[in-house]
Design a protein around this ligand. Structure first.
Ligand code: TRP
Length: 303
């Protein structure tokens, strides 16, 4: 973690790894983001999943194992588990051990007999998965448009790794946020209550706590920018003053207005997505969109 942070802050522009946003407090704040009035993706994706669940369950068939990449609180997972025919297991992968520890007993209570095996780790380099039932079909679930938080190279790594892990008859259910007006996008990443700002700033608090950094949180502000050329929302932490921050004896100078780029959330059109998939082991088999075309849930099969 220290090496990644020092490297990111040494770059021009300065960056920090976005996975560091999701410590225990960050994961809780993200759960708060998902219910904000401005944050349309979660509720839209949930509505699409509810509509699509019977069709997805049919395509999956009985006795499959569900593997979730970046499971968080496993809220949307329940829609799939409710519809699936006799699921043979659930493997949530997440960097937040606290979150996984909280959700396992709740899922075991609500789905008696379902083996739940949490996997602590980064889904880009997943640790080996427990082999619940070697013959069972494996279905990956990658919701929340987390794919939009990855760079192209990471998307390729993820799609290749998931194909390897899920196997020849594997399926992948992907939640993908679609391109739309910045009038809708910007407030979704800069809400009136300031929850997203707190989520972003928590990253600096974490560096203070875990790495002994001396960020003054009052001297940075959250900014959400729409980057049209890259078709993405960008999250930044902008320095409100000229200042120097020290981490592990290393000094980092900030000019007033200089930013740390903490996260991207790319917004796709389905053509752009198909171009990415064309270079991967996956093809789009079925697509489900809400009536306003805000968000999509895609069922991928091996090409
Ligand atoms: N996958 C989510 C998204 O891209 C993650 C996210 C939501 C996020 N709000 C955020 C990341 C704010 C950083 C800052 O929509």
């Amino acid at each position: 973690m220290l090496d990644d942070v020092l490297e990111g802050l040494s770059g021009q522009p300065k960056t920090l790894p976005s996975r560091l946003l999701y410590d225990a407090r960050g994961s809780d704040l993200f759960e708060d983001i998902t219910v904000l009035p401005e944050y349309y993706p979660t509720r839209t994706e949930r509505a699409i999943l509810e509509e699509a669940a019977p069709a997805l369950a049919e395509a999956i068939g009985p006795g499959a194992v569900l593997v979730e990449y970046g499971a968080g609180a496993s809220v949307k997972t329940r829609i799939l588990l409710d519809a699936m025919i006799e699921p043979a297991g659930y493997l949530p992968i997440d960097v937040s051990e606290d979150m996984l520890a909280k959700t396992k007993p709740a899922l075991e209570r609500d789905y008696p007999g379902l083996p739940v095996h949490p996997v602590v780790g980064n889904f880009l380099v997943p640790p080996p998965l427990p082999d619940v039932d070697p013959r069972a079909r494996r279905v990956g679930f990658f919701p929340g448009s987390t794919i939009g938080n990855l760079a192209d190279g990471e998307i390729a790594t993820f799609l290749d790794g998931a194909a390897e892990e899920l196997g020849e008859d594997g399926l992948l259910i992907l939640g993908v946020d679609l391109k739309k007006s910045p009038d809708i996008l910007v407030p979704a990443y800069d809400d009136a209550q300031g929850v997203t700002a707190a989520f972003n700033l928590n990253l600096l608090e974490r560096l203070n706590r875990e790495l002994g950094a001396d960020f003054d949180l009052a001297k940075f502000r959250h900014e959400a920018r729409w980057n049209e050329a890259e078709s993405r929302m960008e999250m930044h932490l902008v320095s409100l003053a000229g200042q120097t921050v020290t981490i592990d004896g290393r000094r980092f100078d900030f000019a007033e207005g200089e930013s740390i780029h903490t996260e991207n959330s790319r917004k796709f059109d389905l053509d752009a997505l198909d171009r990415l998939l064309a270079a991967s082991p996956w093809r789009r088999a079925q697509s489900f969109l809400d009536a306003r075309g805000l968000f999509s849930v895609l069922l991928l099969e091996r090409g």
